[in-house]
Design a protein. Structure first.
Length: 346
């Protein structure tokens, strides 16, 4: 097992960790525990029940992005009030990115904030949503436009749970893994793209998860409020979020396509050459990830991007590639170049 730190959050990475939660942090010191999970991740509830034993409550969400809204938040607030949760209670978010985003938001707003622990059950949630303190919900057709920045007291990443993932869901997590290498660490990029994701051993997969957590921790620790280099983590997300909403794509697949488009935009602005764009595209194809979305209008994508939280005074602040392993942020691009980059993938 590896113990990492992301600001004040302890991050545990290993195997068979779900059966030893009570040994990782002081779970019995809390007055009550609520596990927020979904229909897929609920299969792991028996392991948590054995660790908690008493004063445990569960709230099972329907699976999918549709529940990541204010109505579900209100249902959870009502549940916590009815069960008389107080400021010494704990929320455990057991599931993928939807659960950790939503559960973190609920914990951050209930009684002005109570402690929460994230137990991500997808690779995507392990390397992205569960660490860094970003919590949020979707609103008015925009991704994560309502939210908080508030870190969990612990994150437990049990690599054993990844064995239960469908291949498509597992591969989607590699979009964020590859992104971390592209924007921050050339050597890590070479390692995570050295073979097809399904061919990595369990031990190698632990190293990949820990590597992504380290990269994200370094970035977040330097810029917790996303005013500087934390914007590196937005690479592929401006276009990716728009495609996710318009084309109903899984987050990782949308980000994969978004990275190809934003690498192309980097080239169109003269920041990188065509070889870098080709390398980004090839690395994603070799990882079994899509590089083109279903049929979609470039105008619709452009319009959807105008509600992105990275828009300031009507101008999108882009994070783009400078080379493999280096990114640059707060870049402005004219609309015609963005449309040209979109047509590269559409």
């Amino acid at each position: 097992m590896k113990l990492l730190k992301c600001q004040d959050t302890e991050v545990f990475v290993g195997r068979s960790l779900l059966s030893m939660l009570h040994k990782l942090f002081s779970i019995h010191s809390f007055s009550k525990v609520c596990v927020i999970t979904d229909e897929n991740a609920a299969v792991f509830l028996p392991k948590i029940r054995k660790c908690v034993r008493k004063n445990l409550f569960t709230f099972v969400l329907p699976q999918g992005e549709k529940c990541k809204d204010i109505r579900t938040v209100m249902q959870l607030w009502d549940f916590l009030v009815r069960k008389r949760f107080d400021r010494s209670s704990l929320i455990i978010n057991l599931g993928g990115g939807v659960v950790t985003d939503l559960g973190g938001f609920v914990a951050s707003t209930y009684m002005r904030g109570i402690n929460f622990v994230n137990i991500p059950t997808t690779l995507l949630a392990m390397v992205d949503a569960s660490v860094g303190g970003k919590n949020g919900i979707n609103y008015a057709g925009s991704k994560n436009i309502i939210g908080t920045i508030n870190a969990p007291c612990a994150v437990v990443m049990d690599a054993d749970v990844l064995k239960f993932l469908p291949a498509r869901v597992f591969l989607a997590g590699f979009a964020e893994v590859i992104k971390h290498g592209l924007v921050f660490d050339r050597k890590y990029f070479s390692f995570v793209t050295s073979k097809h994701p399904l061919k990595f051993s369990g031990r190698e997969l632990e190293e990949i998860i820990a590597g992504s957590v380290r990269i994200k921790s370094l970035i977040v620790s330097s810029d917790s409020k996303e005013t500087g280099i934390r914007q590196f983590l937005n690479f592929g997300h401006t276009i990716g979020h728009a495609l996710e909403v318009l084309c109903k794509l899984p987050h990782g697949e949308a980000v994969s396509i978004g990275m190809v488009a934003e690498a192309k935009l980097s080239q169109l602005l003269g920041i990188v050459d065509e070889e870098i764009v080709a390398r980004v595209r090839a690395s994603l194809i070799n990882a079994g990830l899509p590089v083109k979305p279903p049929k979609c209008s470039s105008v619709k994508v452009w319009n959807a991007m105008q509600m992105d939280k990275k828009v300031s005074s009507g101008i999108i602040n882009w994070c783009l590639l400078q080379s493999i392993g280096r990114a640059v942020y707060n870049i402005h691009a004219p609309k015609n170049k963005v449309i040209q980059a979109l047509r590269h993938i559409l």
